[in-house]
Write a protein that binds this ligand. Sequence first.
Ligand SMILES: C[S@@+](CC[C@H](N)C(=O)[O-])C[C@H]1O[C@@H](n2cnc3c(N)ncnc32)[C@H](O)[C@@H]1O
Length: 270
Amino acid sequence: MTGINDLDWVALREDDGRAYLLQKKSGEVKIKGLGRFDSGQLLDGCSIGERIQVGQKSLTIVKATLPEARRNMVRRAQTIGIKDSGFLISWLGIGVGSRVLEGGHGSAGLAMNIANVLGNSGTLISVEVRDEHASVGKQNMDRLEEILPEFPNWHLVVDDLSNITNRVKEICIEIDSAIIDVAEPWNVLKSVVPCLRVGGRIACYCPTSSQLEKSWNACEDENLNIEWAGEIIERKWSKASKGGVRPGNQPMGHTAFLLIATKLASEEEE
Ligand SMILES: C[S@@+](CC[C@H](N)C(=O)[O-])C[C@H]1O[C@@H](n2cnc3c(N)ncnc32)[C@H](O)[C@@H]1O
């Protein structure tokens, strides 16, 4: 079993999957759903993997990772869930060392998933036009940085994505991928595409079909090659009360259409 040092983050997990993030340090904390207590005293002498009693609740101490951080995040704007972010990260080839632009940053739902795979050598540029959304996203990212063993070189730029080319180029010469989650992606492509390396990919997250169509046309106008467009359907199964397993009663409804395009080399001069 792994011991818990001062300032380490852990998650206290209920048997039904709910989890509460907790940092070991002296002084009273208030955790919604658990109450007030001194986490330093509570966790003193405990190890990861043990059971612990907090009030009436019997909880397991587990390592804090991305799923626990997501469950405990502060939410303001609508977030991109794992159904779509997992697909985008894999399709765009985002991994250790990648240089990624994402915006609007909102509450950092997507950014947290990206940061989780970039490692220390990756770069993540998050762009958000609204101060109050940027500060919620930053709160979630700051906590994730304390939890993850590795965290990318993260830049939060409070600005409009349609005006971002120079700022991005100051941070890194070019980016490998970009994920655009704003209401009008077609208005920001002109500013993002010049930052993308040839062969790099851009994805637009489009809740409605008209957003998909306009983004599609705008990508083609920017000489991008459309690689994939569509949506990911998730159908969760559960155990039936009279035996057997079956699709649950509440399938995941529509979230968004995803559009993925890649940058081509410029035409050769005659
Ligand atoms: C749906 S939220 C993004 C959610 C985020 N991707 C997540 O997964 O948590 C859209 C965000 O885009 C921001 N936004 C809208 N237009 C923008 C623009 N032109 N440039 C930068 N941010 C923009 C909004 O303020 C809002 O916070």
